[in-house]
Write a new protein. Structure first.
Length: 348
């Protein structure tokens, strides 16, 4: 329900914000191939898959500085139908919905290159089932997270009609919420048509010689993991991070910091085996101390961050690999500390 509410919120936001902007519509076909990224698959996939997607998006017009800086990007919602490939009796089909950004570069009079990045929710019709679909060990739940990356070339063939083609990479998994979760990865060839309303670019008003500055972020997150036992308990993971950042312009920053994770499954396992001598030892088994560096792109109220880090303090119980990476998408609510203090004072 939380995923559906989030998607409804995004759809409503895009609809309201797009009333004074130009809309773009696209329909695309993708010939996709499942990537065998692990030998743990209990099935052999062959042949190609077919993805059908429909996009409705808003073409920004440069009224805000970030729109000018990123070259008048588009943003919107993508609806996708996935034929997950063969054997179809195991993999079946899926439908997905996710918000996305579409960035243009190498603009010409009638053409441009596009980079699309999006993330949302995908419903898989045939996940793992201990009775009816035991060989499908890639996806363990109906609802999953999905992410897509696309690189396309777009050409205007007639008035407002555009033809585009390119390549894509798609990922579907539940993030370890339920076991099994090997995930599904596809590369694809894309072709499609789009309808773009004409628009006139506003003269650049953004001052590219923006001043650099520092910031400090304190972030809390949580997740749930299911370990090894299908249908077993889901153990919480708590995440705290302290993240200083250097903003070398108004829309990009270099970030580093420390991250503390607490994995309840490690502490539980240690407390119920001979691996821990006492409760304190069991508690320490769940701690992870990690250092990381990353880069953030601020796109309106949304930030996209890529991180790479290393676990300095880790337990040997379900610790994973010491070197890790994260792909973080955040929506920043327009609330400042001053407004919070003012609201608190008015309540008193």
């Amino acid at each position: 329900m939380r995923i559906l509410f989030f998607i409804w919120f995004l759809l409503t936001t895009i609809y309201v914000k797009s009333q004074n902007h130009i809309k773009t519509y696209q329909v695309a076909f993708q010939s996709a191939k499942l990537i065998h990224h692990t030998k743990k698959f209990a099935f052999e996939s062959n042949g190609y898959s077919l993805f059908l997607d429909a996009k409705i998006c808003t073409q920004t017009n440069g009224k805000k500085a970030w729109q000018q800086y990123y070259g008048y990007p588009r943003y919107g919602i993508n609806l996708v139908f996935h034929d997950l490939g063969k054997p179809s009796i195991l993999l079946g089909n899926a439908i997905g919905i996710y918000p996305f950004f579409d960035f243009g570069f190498l603009h010409r009079r009638k053409s441009s290159c596009r980079f699309v990045i999006g993330s949302g929710a995908t419903y898989v019709f045939k996940p793992y089932n201990i009775k009816t679909n035991v060989a499908q060990n890639a996806i363990g739940t109906h609802w999953n997270n999905s992410a897509t990356f696309q690189l396309k070339y777009e050409y205007n063939i007639y008035r407002k009609i555009n033809l585009f083609f390119g390549i894509g990479l798609s990922h579907i998994s539940n993030g370890g919420y339920a076991y099994p979760n090997l995930g599904l990865n596809y590369y694809s060839i894309i072709t499609g048509l789009g309808y773009n309303s004409n628009y006139t670019k506003i003269k650049t008003l953004y001052n590219r010689h923006s001043q650099s500055k520092w910031s400090l972020s304190l972030i809390y997150g949580f997740a749930y993991r299911e370990i090894k036992v299908v249908g077993g308990p889901k153990y919480p993971v708590r995440i705290f991070s302290l993240e200083p950042a250097y903003h070398y312009n108004n829309f990009k920053s270099i970030r580093s910091g420390i991250e503390i994770e607490y994995h309840f499954v490690s502490a539980y396992f240690a407390a119920h085996t001979e691996l821990a001598n006492d409760i304190n030892s069991a508690f320490k088994a769940g701690l992870r101390l990690q250092g990381f560096v990353g880069h953030e792109w601020l796109i309106g109220p949304v930030s996209i961050e890529l991180r790479i880090g290393y676990q300095f303090l880790k337990s040997s119980i379900y610790a994973g690999y010491p070197l890790y990476n994260k792909f973080v998408i955040q929506y920043h609510l327009p609330i400042t500390l001053l407004n919070i203090l003012r609201f608190k004072r008015e309540l008193h």
